[in-house]
Structure formats: C-alpha cells, structure tokens
Design a binder for this molecule. Structure first.
Ligand code: HEM
Ligand code: HEM
Ligand SMILES: [Fe+2]
Length: 462
C-alpha cells in the first residue's frame, strides 16, 4: 500500500501504521504465529501415530503415549490451529474491507489467550483421560463452554467492526460463514443416549463444517486475496462468489447424507447422500475454473507471485483432496466397503491439507511479510515449503490409500480378521513415517521463511 518496494530492503523498526493500512491488523500476527506452531506439533504427533501402526511398540511406551490419546491430540490440534488461522485471517482482512480499525484490539488478544489456554488444558486433559470420547470433538463439555465464550467474543468483535464500517460481499460472506460455523459447534455439545442420534448431530459439526461453513469462509478469504494480488475488479470476483457459495450450500447440506448410510437412519439417506454429495464436486470445479478464467479474462497482472501460487494451489488442492478423493468413496455402493477404513483417513489428510491448510498458508503468506514490516520478502522458502509439503501429503494420501484398499479387501471382501489386515498394512505405515518426516521438514522451512528469514525478492506490496 504505502511502501516503496524498490527503495528499501527491509525496515523492521518503522512505525507499524506505515506498513499495513490499519494498525489493529497486527493482532493477526499472533494468531498466525500460534497457529503455525501448533501445526508443527500436530505433525509430530502424526508421525507418532504412524510409528504406532508401523511397529510393535513396547507396552511401557504405549502406556505413556497411547494411540487413542495421541490421535485425539493430533486431530484436535488440527482443528484448533486451522480455526485460529481463520480468525487471524478475519482480523487481518476485515479492517481493510471495512475501512476501519478492529472494534476492540484488547478483546481480540483476550480471546486468543482464552482459546490457547483452553486448548492447552484440553491437551493436558487428554493425557489424563479427560475426554468426551467422540472423535475430533473429544474436548470435555466444561472446556467447550470456554470455547463458546472465545467464539462469542470473536463474533462480537468482528461483527461490530463489519457493522460499523464499509460493507462488502466479502465481509458479508465471511461473517455468514463464521456465524454458521459457531452455531454448528453447539450441536456437538450435548450427549444423546441414542447413539444413532448422537452420531447424527456429530456430523453436523464435522461434515457441515468442512463441507459447509468453512467453504464460505474459504470463499471469502480467497476472494479477498484474489482482489488484492490480481488487481481483478471486485465486482467480477464477487459475482462468482455468490454462485459458488449457493452451490456449496445446496449440495453440501444435503450431502451430509453420505455419513448417514450405515448409522441406523432411514434408507432414503442412501439416495440423498449419494446424489448430493456427488454433486458437491461441482462448486469445487467451479472455484478452480473461476480462479483461472477471471484472471485471464481480466488480463490481470499478478502483483504477488507467491500468494497467487498458493491461491491457485488451494483451488487445485481442494479439487484433488475433497473433489476427487471425496468422490471416490462417496457413493453408497463403494462406501459400503471402504467406510471407516484407512481409505477414509487417506481422504481426510489430502482434503484437509489441500483445502484448509493451503488456504491458511495463502493468507499467512499474504499478511505476514507485511505484518513483519518487510518491504520485500524472500520467496525461495515459500516455494520449497509448498512443494515439500504438498508432495509429502500426496505421499501420505497414497500410502494410507494403499493400506486402506488392502484393509477393505482383507476385512470386508475376504472377511478375515483385523490383525490379518494390520499385518499387511504395516509396511505402508512405515513409509508413512518417511513422508511424515519430510512434511515436518517442509513445515519447518515454511515456519522459518515466514517468521524469521529476511532477504529481498518479492515486493510485499502486491
Ligand atoms: C475440504 C473438504 C473436506 C474435508 C476437509 C473432508 C474431510 C473428511 C474427514 C476428516 C473425514 C473422516 C471423518 C471421520 O470419519 O472421522 C471425511 C469423511 C468422508 N468424506 Fe470428506 N472431506 C471434505 C470434502 C468431501 C467431499 C466434497 C466429499 C464427496 C464428494 C467427501 C466425502 C467423504 C465421505 C464419503 C466420507 C466418509 C468416509 C467413511 O464412510 O468412512 N468429503 N472427510
Ligand atoms: C497436513 C498435515 C496433517 C493433516 C491435515 C492430518 C489430518 C488428520 C485427520 C483429519 C485425521 C483423522 C482421520 C479420520 O478420522 O479418518 C488424522 C489421523 C491420523 N493421522 Fe494425520 N494429519 C496430518 C499429518 C499427519 C502425519 C505427518 C502423519 C504421519 C506420518 C499422520 C498420521 C495420521 C494417522 C496414523 C492417523 C490415524 C488414522 C486412524 O485413526 O487410523 N498425520 N490426521
Ligand atoms: Fe462429508
């Protein structure tokens, strides 16, 4: 915005206000820093999970780091850091869109502290068996209330900023997605004695988050970034935003049915789930096509190549992980065999990474160099990180996928026992450890080049 990119290499001591339009945007820096640190921790725990599958570990060690506990840490850390990343993203982009400072910076910091302390308490709690037991939502009810408080503070703060400032399609979409996201969390809090009903609502959080609310947040953040780095007119980006989001909601909500096939719910869900979840691929394809066409049609000049790279990566990653990898097992005829196997885990990794990890990294790469006050930043670490992590996750997806197909065949087609399948799968988990380590290296390279490296190449200003 106001930097003269060509004249300085970097100046970290200059007043913050010169570096980004609104000084309150700086809150986002801390959200991003915590988020990426938790990502590194999540990967380390993932490697431990692969080791637990890949080798027979002495019981004394299993007693200290049991699979169930470390799995809960791995998945909850994933959700926590992605949400913190979205929140940081919101705190960064809302002032620019609304053209005013954040309503209350103090509240934003307090909210971060509450969420991080609750997260740490949850992790320590897991170590002592304090858990609700339901995968991904293991956080005990008491701590859930603190999360709700943090979420309400966030919505209030962002909502007030948006309402008091300029209103745009991007902020409207973002606020809609965030409110939807927060409301859904409430459905995962009560425990229903009837397990069919309990799982029914569990999916309202797990599925309707990633295939509903989070998609709205993604659309808003991607739109913001595309407007900034491509110089394409706002109206052009916004027009497609409505179309994509409408399609996402239409297919994603009914698509929840792909989790109701074997739950004790009425037969109709086989049809509803199969058809609508298969259609979910359409908005995802639309997003990829739209990203390319918009920039080409408008003759856009890409101002920040790194951010553009990650934005396109997000669209393509979304398409591979959610679109292709999701479609493969979404029809009931196939899901009957693959349900709950490592095929599911394979899809879970590629989809989460391709859509939401990359989305967060896109925003981080846009905002952090500016927040650090760099007029130019080093790009090599960003590209290395992109490819090392991307290929590692594809590797993980592949080996989990092979393990899953073996498991499906041995257990569900040949009707042999669990351990017979595990024996055949072990080799593939040993390879997963390798990809876990390369992923860790990619994440550390990213962390270093994002937060620590100096150097000059790409003007931050694009
Ligand atoms: C970015 C979006 C998505 C993410 C992050 C995601 C992630 C996940 C995760 C983590 C699970 C495992 C849940 C569990 O059982 O613990 C799952 C299950 C599933 N996903 Fe996705 N998913 C996404 C989009 C999609 C789409 C678009 C489709 C279909 C086209 C799809 C189809 C499925 C199916 C059928 C299952 C159930 C597998 C089973 O029966 O075990 N997903 N997804
Ligand atoms: C991009 C980073 C990662 C993401 C987004 C991610 C995501 C996930 C998700 C969503 C699940 C739950 C899957 C389900 O319910 O079906 C999971 C479980 C798991 N993850 Fe990761 N993970 C990551 C990194 C890793 C790494 C590096 C490893 C190991 C090398 C790993 C190994 C595992 C294992 C073994 C499980 C348990 C699968 C099971 O229950 O059988 N993850 N992860
Ligand atoms: Fe789903």
């Amino acid at each position: 915005m106001m930097n003269d990119a060509a004249s300085t290499t970097e100046t970290s001591s200059a007043p913050a206000a010169e570096k980004f339009p609104y000084s309150s945007q700086f809150v986002a820096y801390w959200y991003f820093l915590v988020a990426l640190s938790l990502f590194v921790l999540q990967i380390v725990l993932g490697i431990w999970l692969a080791i637990s599958y890949g080798f027979t570990i002495p019981q004394d060690i299993v007693d200290v780091l049991p699979f169930g506990m470390t799995r809960a840490m791995h998945t909850n850390l994933l959700v926590l850091w992605l949400l913190l990343g979205f929140m940081g993203g919101a705190y960064y982009l809302v002032p620019e869109e609304s053209q005013r400072e954040i309503y209350s910076v103090k509240l934003a910091y307090l909210q971060l502290v509450i969420l991080v302390v609750t997260g740490v308490a949850a992790l320590i709690g897991f170590a002592f068996g304090w858990t609700q037991g339901r995968p991904i939502l293991e956080i005990p009810t008491l701590l859930d209330f603190f999360i709700v408080i943090g979420a309400l503070m966030f919505l209030f703060n962002i909502g007030m900023t948006i309402l008091k400032g300029r209103k745009t399609a991007v902020t409207g979409m973002l606020l809609g997605g965030l409110v939807f996201l927060a409301l859904l969390y409430l459905f995962g809090m009560p425990f229903y004695r009837n397990l069919t009903i309990d799982w029914f609502y569990w999916w309202w959080v797990v599925h309707l988050w990633v295939e509903g609310a989070w998609e709205l947040v993604t659309a808003a953040i991607l739109a913001f970034v595309l407007i900034k780095v491509t110089g394409v007119r706002r109206e052009v980006v916004e027009k497609y935003l409505y179309l994509e989001v409408g399609l996402f909601l239409f297919t994603g909500i009914a698509g929840t049915g792909h989790h109701y096939y074997w739950l004790g719910t009425p037969d109709a869900w086989l049809w509803i789930g199969g058809i609508f979840s298969a259609l979910e691929v359409l908005p995802i394809i639309a997003m990829v096509v739209d990203t390319f066409l918009t920039t080409r049609r408008e003759g856009a000049k890409i101002k920040n190549k790194v951010v553009w790279y990650f934005a396109v990566g997000t669209a393509v990653g979304h398409m591979i992980g959610a679109g292709v990898w999701g479609f493969v097992h979404t029809l009931p005829q196939i899901n009957y065999y693959t349900h709950g196997s490592q095929v599911t885990a394979s899809h879970g990794h590629v989809a989460f990474y391709g859509a939401y990890v990359l989305l967060n990294l896109t925003m981080f790469w846009y905002a952090i160099p500016k927040l650090r006050g760099l007029a130019r930043f080093k790009t090599s670490g960003a590209y290395w990180g992109f490819w090392i992590m991307g290929l590692s996750v594809l590797g993980l997806g592949t080996v989990f996928g092979v393990a899953g197909v073996l498991q499906t065949y041995i257990e569900r087609v040949m009707s042999l026992g669990f351990m017979t399948a595990q024996e055949q799968m072990q080799f593939w988990f040993q390879i997963a450890i390798f990809f876990g380590v390369t992923l860790l290296i990619g994440a550390l390279v990213t962390f270093w080049s994002m937060f620590i490296a100096k150097g000059a190449r790409q003007p931050t200003d694009g």
